[in-house]
Design a protein around this ligand. Structure first.
Ligand SMILES: [Zn+2]
Ligand SMILES: [Zn+2]
Length: 360
């Protein structure tokens, strides 16, 4: 790859002033280019390793009849590009885990870039093979050693090569154990389990983690357990070499409960003791109970709580009932009393009123 400035594949100078009407162009500062105005490519342009091209907002870069290829460099502002950008492969695998003698070894190399990527290597150790389509390297080593080799990923727009090494040891894994058999977590909290692969000098110390129910708790590649919702779940760790396992039972509990939807009973309507709701997941953990209506508390023909008139209230009277005021009607009663006073029967009427009783 060319590391000295953005590459154009012709003998022309880089495309400064290529904008329409000479109003824009690409300005280069070392290996970094910036597009100004509306620029149309006048040559093929490749952004190599260590190089960058930025098309800021407000500017556009039209590829026209030429190709724009990212081959290890950085292109930003692709939203302002008119035409197709080609991406050469970049191998993203950073390193390979160790293996053990007489134990099957497999890893898959990864790369970014346009399809189709083809993998190759000219110096693979004899026990290893590389799948040219998937990038998987696999095989069973017979001898302990550190094996180094170079792998190349290639597509129509370029290639990327990287050196890797695999250390193969003689000591096999005999087991794995977790630092905890059980764990209790509140929803939303987390804790990290530690796996110890034995013997400690085993060549391949790699383990994988799994949760039996990720809606209760999840576990990441480092053994960090994150509680999601109340329940129980089993976290399993497994060695890559020998598939040894250990488990930890994780109980996830609700957060503190708050009482909601509580309602006091009234004379006529039932109430509710309220639901106990988890403060974290908002789930109703415990349903409340219905409180029966209290019924009216009548006194002198009216409920002392809500003022409801007692339909069964009657006066006890030795005079014509039809001439007496109706139950609970204070204004009418006052009017009646005034009339009775005027008619000279006031004393009698007062006695009658005072003798009113509720029948119930
Ligand atoms: Zn909860
Ligand atoms: Zn009442």
């Amino acid at each position: 790859m060319d590391a000295s400035g953005i590459t154009d594949n012709s003998s022309n100078d880089v495309q400064v002033g290529a904008g329409s009407g000479n109003s824009g162009g690409i300005v280069f500062d070392g290996d970094a280019g910036t597009v100004y105005g509306n620029v149309t490519l006048q040559d093929d342009l490749t952004i190599g390793e260590g190089e960058s091209l930025n098309v800021p907002e407000g500017a556009t870069l039209n590829t026209g009849s030429y190709s724009l290829t990212v081959d290890g460099g950085t292109l930003t502002g692709t939203g302002q590009i008119i035409g197709t950008v080609n991406y050469a492969p970049t191998i993203t695998t950073t390193g390979l885990s160790g293996g053990t003698v007489d134990t099957a070894y497999s890893q898959t190399l990864t790369a970014t870039g346009d399809e189709t990527i083809t993998w190759s290597s000219s110096d693979l150790p004899t026990w290893l093979m590389l799948n040219e389509n998937t990038g998987e390297i696999s095989g069973t080593p017979a001898t302990a050693n550190t094996y180094s080799f170079t792998v190349t990923a290639e597509n129509d727009y370029g290639n990327d090569s990287k050196e890797f090494s695999i250390t193969i040891g003689t000591v096999s894994v005999t087991g794995v154990s977790l630092n905890k058999d059980s764990l209790t977590l509140k929803e939303g909290s987390s804790d990290t389990l530690t796996a110890t692969v034995t013997p400690t000098n085993a060549a391949n110390q790699k383990v994988t983690w799994e949760s039996s129910n990720t809606s209760v708790a999840t576990v990441d590649a480092n053994g960090k357990v994150s509680a999601v919702s109340a329940g129980t779940v089993t976290i399993t760790v497994k060695t890559e070499n020998g598939s040894f396992e250990d488990t930890c039972s994780v109980t996830v509990e609700h957060g503190s409960l708050t009482n909601t939807s509580a309602k006091a009973a009234t004379c006529t309507e039932e109430g509710y003791t309220g639901d106990k709701v988890c403060g974290i997941c908002k789930e109703v953990v415990e349903k409340g109970e219905i409180i029966p209506a209290n019924g009216h508390t009548y006194k002198d023909g009216k409920c002392t709580v809500c003022g409801e008139v007692d339909p069964d209230f009657e006066e006890v009277s030795d005079v014509d009932d039809t001439k007496l005021p109706q139950n609970g009607d204070n204004s009418n009663m006052t009017l009646w009393m005034a009339l009775l006073f005027v008619s000279g029967a006031g004393v009698t009427a007062m006695v009658i009123v005072n003798r009113k009783v509720a029948k119930r």
